[in-house]
Design a protein around this ligand. Structure first.
Ligand SMILES: [Mn+2]
Length: 258
């Protein structure tokens, strides 16, 4: 089956699983009912308008499935996390550590991820580490088979005198490389090494290759901000669906198995 045949098959599956009429499908795709019917029965080949409309329908449906909910309760921590990869940057974060809330909020806002997170723990080390684990699991679950995503991306973000770069690949291998030197001058309540530990836990659980580096800087708060913003930007790009990859797109989630 070539990729346009796959798209057509997915459109037919979509129509069947949602019990839509030919007219409703034509409206969604943006063509006439006769054109939809003739294309559907393969009496005429798929035209460009049909393919673009079909991909839009499939992409929108696929995105509705890119969400996850993680609940993780251990003797050390209690974490509830909701993630919508295709969000708008809405967040509600409460970990009891304000600076950590601030960093996760920056990640959500600049990655356009919706994140609801509550976390408590017997100590800050366990809490931060386990939030990293849960965020990694949440991305892994929400991305599913990761078909059609951009996959590799990078972002460099400045914050006054500091610059940080994050490079990611959602290739299925959890491998973190973190080059983040902090001097301990200004991170009010968050031991700086926990940022490294958080990023490593996140990368391993999300099965992503994560390189995060602070190129230079002086103030620890600025370094952390630049790092979390760059993390958001890079992950936003890497998780985005590339609509040009027709047929590779939505094959497992959202509509095929409704
Ligand atoms: Mn640990």
């Amino acid at each position: 089956m070539d990729s346009t045949e796959k798209v057509l098959q997915q459109i037919i599956n979509y129509q069947n699983s949602n019990s839509l009429s030919d007219q409703q499908m034509a409206d969604k795709i943006g063509c006439s009912r006769p054109l939809y019917q003739r294309t559907r029965t393969a009496r005429i080949p798929m035209g460009g308008t049909f393919i673009r409309g079909a991909m839009r329908v499939l992409t929108e449906t696929f995105k509705q499935g890119r969400k996850s909910t993680i609940q993780r309760i251990t003797k050390e921590t209690n974490i509830n996390l909701e993630l919508n990869i295709d969000g708008t940057g809405d967040y509600a974060i409460n970990t009891g550590v304000r600076i950590f809330d601030h960093m996760i909020s920056l990640f959500a806002r600049h990655g356009l991820f919706d994140i609801k997170l509550t976390a408590t723990g017997d100590d800050i080390h366990h809490m931060v580490e386990d939030v990293g684990i849960c965020l990694g699991k949440a991305f892994g679950e929400a991305l599913g088979e990761k078909k059609g995503i951009v996959r590799m991306a990078s972002a460099s973000v400045p914050m006054d005198e500091t610059m940080a770069t994050v490079v990611v690949d959602f290739g299925g291998r959890g491998y973190p490389v973190i080059k983040a030197e902090f001097s301990g001058n200004d991170l009010s309540g968050l031991p700086a090494d926990l940022i490294r530990h958080f990023l490593e836990s996140f990368a391993i659980e999300a099965r992503m290759n994560l390189h995060a580096a602070i190129a230079y800087g002086i103030n620890d708060h600025h370094k952390a901000e630049a790092l979390f913003k760059a993390l958001g930007r890079a992950l936003d790009m890497a998780t985005r669906i590339d609509e040009r990859i027709a047929g590779e797109l939505p094959s497992t989630k959202g509509y095929l198995e409704k």
